[in-house]
Write a protein that binds this ligand. Sequence first.
Ligand SMILES: [Zn+2]
Length: 99
Amino acid sequence: MCDHGGKVQPIPHQETVTIQGAPVLCLGDLVGAPVIGCPLASPTTKPCTTVLAPLPGSVSTSMFIQGMPVHVDSFTAATDGVPPATVIVEFAGQEIVQA
Ligand SMILES: [Zn+2]
């Protein structure tokens, strides 16, 4: 979700590795993903609609799926909202993945 409460809709590119039925998110699955329901609409602000680049510390340096680094619990990324905001994504259970 973004700072304002909008919800991120991830776009999984792989479904080989899942946690409790949900695909594990890798680098690229969240860049360009839509942000739904950000309330930041006014004449001087713009609601978040898209996830931009992940910020440092968002991907695993040790776990890869099909060559792509896995996003970690500390994932954060910028959005295209005005003023700029960041999104966080909750990865319930990701720590129990066995590579
Ligand atoms: Zn927002």
